[in-house]
Design a protein around this ligand. Sequence first.
Ligand SMILES: NC(=O)c1ccc[n+]([C@@H]2O[C@H](COP(=O)([O-])OP(=O)(O)OC[C@H]3O[C@@H](n4cnc5c(N)ncnc54)[C@H](O)[C@@H]3O)[C@@H](O)[C@H]2O)c1
Ligand SMILES: [Zn+2]
Ligand SMILES: [Zn+2]
Length: 369
Amino acid sequence: MKTRAAVMWNEGGPFEISELELSGPSADEVLVRFDYAGLCHTDEHMRNGDIGFAAPMVGGHEGSGVVEEIGPGVTHIKPGDHFVTSWMPYCGRCRFCLTGQTNLCDNGRFLMSGTMLDGTQRLTGRGAGVGAVDLLGTFSQWNVIPASCVVTIEKHIPLDTVVITACGVPTGWGSAVYAADTRPGDVTVVYGIGGIGINAVQGARHAGADLIVAVDPVAFKREMALAMGATNAFASAEEAHEFVWSHTRGVGADAAIITVGLVDKQVVSDAFSMIRKGGVVVVTAVANPDLLIEIPSFELTLYQKRITGSLFGSGNPHRDIRKIIELYDRGQIKLDELITRRYSLDDVNTGYDDMLAGLNVRGVLEIAH
Ligand SMILES: NC(=O)c1ccc[n+]([C@@H]2O[C@H](COP(=O)([O-])OP(=O)(O)OC[C@H]3O[C@@H](n4cnc5c(N)ncnc54)[C@H](O)[C@@H]3O)[C@@H](O)[C@H]2O)c1
Ligand SMILES: [Zn+2]
Ligand SMILES: [Zn+2]
């Protein structure tokens, strides 16, 4: 069959809307129709060359829609099921899956490889094979994806809203709840209020943090942070530092969560100096692969400070996507307010330009068929 998709034909994009040929699902795969796709910054890192990948690739890893056809061996999903994508095609057998860390599954090695788990491709265009970001390529009308990336959801759940639970919401929420292990009364600082950081704010609030300090140079982002549970918001790390210092009598924050667009040395050292003895810096945002960070080793040891990376908010994608949707259904977490603008598939580059201009907390594509 044919599908229209936003393709990065070369490393360093931009997206070009192209018609591709799509073959049917192989074993343990499903053919899906994508109705909505979220604009996460990670695809933008690929579009502008911050991180490399095996071009050409269809963009997008936040998606929601309907299952159309199942491949051999798929037993737990059926055509007509509504679903949200999970970007880790977890195997269920590796050391990490077996210890409840499906976010770290060894199949992660396929995410930027451009092939399915069997090493072959389902999409072709311009006479050659085309890959898909995270084996998903949600910026496409249809695609074939691993069955283990399909999180089925109940039909009363609005697909156009919960599309952002595919990555941004659980990643931010888990960065505060799991990675920072936020406790009631905590002081939590969040650097960068985009689709990920706004949910670190929601997670910190949910876990009972007392002071939730948002840092973002964009005024609209600071307003959103305050509306979503932040107690204070500042344009610069210096102002936030001064505030936290005076409100903790010089003790410092329990946790500092980094969810800026692109990690640099400065934000990591700002966060490291912000935390108290025994506190934690959570680095959820992505850096250029060549970036080396510097932290004072003496302070690391004598103040027993910790610094940790966090992938998918250190949670289990299937479990956490379902949990977030239950919380949304019960009014415990806000999602509708996080989607600032909607775009057609053809306007995907505009969507990312708007994200970079600070206009969106999250942009979403509405995909016509
Ligand atoms: N670890 C994971 O599993 C995971 C998952 C998804 C996304 N990410 C990464 O998380 C990061 C955030 O993604 P997003 O979609 O929310 O991006 P976004 O562009 O929507 O938001 C980033 C925000 O950071 C702000 N910002 C930029 N520099 C800043 C600074 N120095 N101090 C404070 N704020 C600053 C921007 O104004 C913007 O509001 C990206 O690097 C993305 O690749 C990681
Ligand atoms: Zn695994
Ligand atoms: Zn993402």
